[in-house]
Design a protein around this ligand. Structure first.
Ligand SMILES: *Cc1c(COP(=O)(O)O)cnc(C)c1O
Length: 387
């Protein structure tokens, strides 16, 4: 099989059931170790934003490396709290927090960044005493060209506009213990963070001295400890000037590169002069491929390959296509195809459209061995769709 050499050795391990979501525990711990090394001594607290991939064994793996988790709902809060078992920080922010959810929230170490002044007025009385309450702020400074990801886009629903908070002056809500912001996506350096903090400090000034915490959000990625110098500088500056706790809550950076989606070719045929290979997965196992028309990286791809192939999902949707790829050899039924860097926001969004099963979940353990962690079957499908 010409493409086999390009694939990692785990893909040859017997018993791999496809479609398979495989996450590499060493890569995840490696990312967190670099983060720890690069931010050591800065006093920065790290939380893992679980919405990227809330698989419980992974939360257990991440737990020793972080101060806690950040969450976006009651269910995420409950799952994270079970893993934290009473010890750790739990940060919640959501534009969609329901009154009845807020009434139920009672996890230890809970902090909430209310998304609007209305949310503050309605929910703060319920949560005061059970959580450290703050505001999510929209710093109104955009760093993203694509408004679909930009929390600072015009008329944003995410956070109280900074100019509003500034204009309130003495009429600001009493008892605000922290502020939270999150404004970028896949940023590779911390210049946006520096600019954002400067803007917030210019607008709010000494009011910040009354806070206990500032949550810098996530959305940044790093490879080496040196990459984190900008983050450390911001965190140390904030702590020095305002005597606050500073938090950082990455999601995708922790798990994105650690996850693969492995699928087998079911069928190969010519369509209008191009080769189409149908896989036993679909864009429904990585919905952002369709949502944002992304073409995920494929480990099989051979840049100099002469065999072009359209990799398509196995559902009835015409647009269920991953993209066109170059392979070293012609694809054949049974071949394994492995999409890379799909650890974040893929499995969590996966669904069973067309009655196709969800991927089996495997961990690549510290020895590089494939460990089956979870599989789904007809019973799960039936339970979901039975009344
Ligand atoms: C999604 C989210 C994060 C994590 O973002 P990544 O891009 O996955 O690092 C952090 N904070 C908030 C408020 C978020 O909504």
């Amino acid at each position: 099989m010409p493409s086999a050499a390009i694939l990692p050795s785990w893909s040859q391990q017997p018993g791999l059931e496809t479609p398979a979501f495989v996450y590499d525990e060493r890569l995840i711990e490696g990312k967190l170790a670099v983060l720890r090394q690069g931010t050591q001594g800065s006093g920065l607290k790290v939380l893992y934003s679980i919405k990227a991939l809330p698989f419980r064994p992974l939360l257990e793996l991440v737990r020793p490396w972080v101060e806690g988790f950040s969450v976006s709902s009651l269910f995420e809060a409950r799952l994270a709290a079970e893993v934290l078992a009473g010890r750790g920080d739990l940060h919640l922010t959501s534009p969609g927090l329901r009154l009845e959810d807020a009434a139920e929230l009672a996890e230890p170490g809970l902090r909430i960044g209310f998304n609007s002044l209305g949310q503050w007025q309605r929910l703060h009385p319920l949560l005061r005493g059970r959580a450290s309450c703050g505001l999510r702020i929209n710093p109104e400074i955009s760093f993203l060209d694509d408004a679909r990801y930009d929390p600072c886009r015009p008329h944003s629903k995410l956070g109280v506009p900074l100019s509003q908070v500034a204009a309130l002056g003495d009429a600001r809500p009493q008892g605000v213990q922290g502020i939270h912001f999150h404004t970028v996506f896949q940023a590779r350096d911390f210049a946006p963070l520096r600019q954002t903090v400067a803007r917030i400090e210019a607008a709010l000034g000494d009011w910040l001295a009354g806070l206990q915490w500032i949550n810098l959000g996530g959305g940044y990625t790093w490879d080496t400890p040196e990459d984190l110098a900008g983050l450390v500088e911001v965190a140390q500056g904030l702590r020095r000037r305002w005597d606050v706790e500073v938090l950082f809550e990455p999601g995708k950076a922790v798990v994105g590169e650690a996850g693969c989606l492995a699928a087998r070719v079911l069928d190969v045929f010519d369509s209008g002069g191009k080769t189409v290979a149908v896989l036993d997965t679909s864009v429904n196992h990585n919905p952002e491929v369709f949502e944002y028309q992304r073409r995920p990286a494929l480990l099989n791809e051979a840049p100099g390959g002469v065999h072009n192939v359209i990799l398509a999902g196995g559902t009835c949707l015409a647009g269920d296509v991953f993209g066109e790829y170059r392979l070293a050899g012609p694809p054949r039924p049974g071949d394994l195809m492995v999409f890379a860097n799909v650890g974040a926001y893929s499995l969590i969004k996966a669904n069973r459209f067309n009655g196709h099963n969800l991927p089996s979940i495997y961990a690549l353990d510290g020895d590089g061995c494939l460990q089956p962690r979870k599989g789904y079957g007809y019973e799960d499908y039936r339970r979901q769709w039975s009344a």
